[in-house]
Design a protein around this ligand. Sequence first.
Ligand SMILES: NC(=O)c1ccc[n+]([C@@H]2O[C@H](COP(=O)([O-])OP(=O)(O)OC[C@H]3O[C@@H](n4cnc5c(N)ncnc54)[C@H](O)[C@@H]3O)[C@@H](O)[C@H]2O)c1
Length: 249
Amino acid sequence: MRKLEGRIALITGAASGIGKGIAITFASEGANIVIADLVTEAQASDVLTAIKKLGREVLFVRTDVSDEASVRAMAAQSLDRFGRVDILVNNAGIFTESLLEDMPIEDWDRVVNTNLRGTFLCTRVLIGQMLERGDGRIINIASQLGQIGGGAVAHYSASKAGVIGFTKALAREVSRRGVLVNAIAPGPIETPLLASETEAWRSAKLAELPIGRFGSVDEVTPTALLLASSDGSYYVGQTLGPNGGDVML
Ligand SMILES: NC(=O)c1ccc[n+]([C@@H]2O[C@H](COP(=O)([O-])OP(=O)(O)OC[C@H]3O[C@@H](n4cnc5c(N)ncnc54)[C@H](O)[C@@H]3O)[C@@H](O)[C@H]2O)c1
């Protein structure tokens, strides 16, 4: 028996990287998928084809998670197509680097609005139908930089620490009503986002990582599957860390 048979999972930012890996993993476990991403449908063709090959249904909705009207339209289209969303993965995220004294205010706003406001907006628009059914899973992709901070990424670290705080607060609010909310705080994972890091950042990070290498998307997706499936039924407000030892709690 597949672990997500018949479930409907909506994953933001799933055209690339970790979100793409989660979408394909969930589809291979029997879920039908909504992909909400800023890119065009054509740019998401890899993941759409992979999901169709697995025999699952997939809907792509071009979405800006930081924009309320866009998120509302995305939710309406998803509910219209599938009738419900059982699993929401707030994965869409961006990363830029800048020392604080030089940080453009637009960078702060863009990073916080995508990573934190986007998580709030997508959750807000979809949690009502989960609470009505007394059933749902919300998985927020945070980052280890939200736990330990990082130089030249104060906006990113603040947004991801915000995602962790949001996860804990919401878990306290809704767990008894059947919706389980948790976060994943990956360490450095080889994706286009990590490729945008400076070489100096990459070598400094490699030197301090206990495991001595960056992770792969396939080393994050099992954690998402755990939190989305019945195996994860006693996880509430947790932040799980596939991070190569970057953070040890
Ligand atoms: N790669 C890492 O090392 C790492 C580590 C910790 C946390 N994370 C987090 O994991 C998540 C996925 O990152 P990734 O490494 O796969 O990055 P990625 O750049 O490969 O993918 C991010 C996706 O989000 C989409 N996106 C960006 N802004 C959006 C918006 N406003 N609305 C909708 N979609 C938008 C992009 O189009 C892209 O498809 C992010 O939240 C990131 O912060 C990544």
